[in-house]
Design a protein around this ligand. Structure first.
Ligand code: SAH
Ligand code: SF4
Length: 365
């Protein structure tokens, strides 16, 4: 198998260049060609000598995941299904807004953590994505969007923000996710600021500490319940890392975080976690932590067993939080007509007979 240069961040590319007898500045040139120009063909890299281009072609490829389908919803949300081989698919979603464009990136095929309300979790875990497959989502989106984006004023690039909120739990694919984050932040690649790159986690406490040390980007934590009894049911990883430990990890994270708050995500499930009493319990739980609350109306999928909270229930819940002084937003559901909303992402080409069920402990280890 050839070396795929999309698997390397600056450090990895420098190592690769050393191995083929090239100077470190070549790594910088390659980074720019690959990630800024979106070039996958060595022959088009005009400032590299012909001999070097031949050497690169012999030693390596630049191979992003292949696009199987490309849909645009009526609200402009765009979703790509990318093939990652062996019948597996992953989804990437682009959400355009007036002053920014957010790409929702996947980190795994399936997910082992089996949250009760999540369609990806229902598929079970298949495998971690490689760095090339993670960064390839951004590489592809930038390229695909470049054409249509030219007409829009006000910002330079189509993708200004990244949220690791697609399929999978990013912190159980730690090394590959961090290498991809390095590329997102690298000025020779995508040059995004740490504040505009968000990792969302269901609460893998030791990995949150490692992320704080290695690559502190903005952090979103999927809380979804105001106490351990309910969270144990909804987010099973809570049995291993209960709320008290999770909140302590959030406080530690804040010491290095690029933003001075943690975002808590809270999916609104009718009759399960959306009562006024639960809102008050949530206030008591998080009021001492600098945070913002993001309420996500549940996105249904077949046989989920849950219903979306009513608009009234969501606004009652939000009012309790806001009256207690907590900054609270309700996430607008986007891309409904193409099943691109949170928790609806599921590679439709997934061969379910190949899924591997791993225990929570193993996934978190
Ligand atoms: N594994 C990570 C990131 C991916 S999920 C995590 O759990 O944080 C991104 C967000 O979508 C999480 O907050 C997740 O709980 C939420 N989510 C999952 N299924 C959902 C659904 N059906 N409706 C609404 N939000 C959902
Ligand atoms: Fe995995 Fe996140 Fe879905 Fe839970 S909500 S099953 S951690 S992708």
């Amino acid at each position: 198998m050839s070396i795929n240069l999309l698997d390397f961040d600056a450090k990895g590319l420098t190592g690769f260049c050393a191995e083929i007898g090239e100077k470190p500045f070549r790594a910088r040139q390659l980074l720019r060609w690959i990630h800024q120009a979106g070039e996958a063909d060595f022959d088009a890299m005009s400032d590299l000598a012909k001999g070097l281009r031949e050497k690169l072609s012999a030693a390596a490829v630049i191979e992003p995941p292949k696009v199987i389908s490309d849909h645009t919803a009526s609200d402009g949300t765009r979703k790509w299904l990318l093939s990652v081989g062996a019948g597996n698919g992953i989804e990437t979603v682009y959400i355009p807004e007036t002053s920014r464009g957010t790409l929702c990136v996947s980190s795994q095929v399936g997910c082992a953590l089996a949250c009760a309300f999540c369609s990806t979790g229902r598929q079970g875990f298949n495998r971690n994505l490689t760095v090339a497959e993670i960064i390839g989502q951004l590489w592809w989106a930038n390229k695909a969007l470049a054409e249509t984006f030219k007409s829009e004023a006000g910002r330079e690039r189509p993708v200004t923000n990244i949220v690791m909120m697609g399929m999978g739990e990013p912190l159980t694919n730690f090394e590959n996710v961090v290498t991809a984050l390095d590329l997102m932040l690298d000025d020779n690649a995508y040059g995004l600021s740490r504040r505009r790159v968000t990792v969302s986690t269901s609460g893998i406490v030791p990995a949150m500490d490692r992320l704080r040390e290695r690559c502190p980007v903005a952090l979103a934590v999927s809380l979804h319940a105001p106490n351990d009894t309910l969270r144990d049911q909804l987010v099973p990883i809570n049995r291993k890392y209960p709320i008290r430990e999770l909140l302590a990890a959030c406080e530690r994270y804040l010491q290095s975080a690029p933003r001075d708050f943690i975002t808590f995500e809270y999916v609104m499930l009718d009759g399960v976690n959306d009562s006024v009493a639960q809102a008050r319990e949530l206030v008591r739980l998080v009021r001492d932590i600098p945070c913002k609350l993001n309420l996500i109306p549940f996105n249904p999928f077949p046989d989920s067993g849950f219903r979306r909270s009513s608009a009234n229930a969501v606004s009652r819940f939000r009012n309790v939080l806001m009256e207690a002084g907590l900054v609270t937003t309700v996430r607008k559901t986007r891309g409904d007509d193409i099943a691109a909303a949170c928790g609806q992402l599921a590679g439709k080409v997934l061969d379910k007979t190949r899924r591997i069920h791993r225990s929570i402990a193993e996934a978190a280890g």
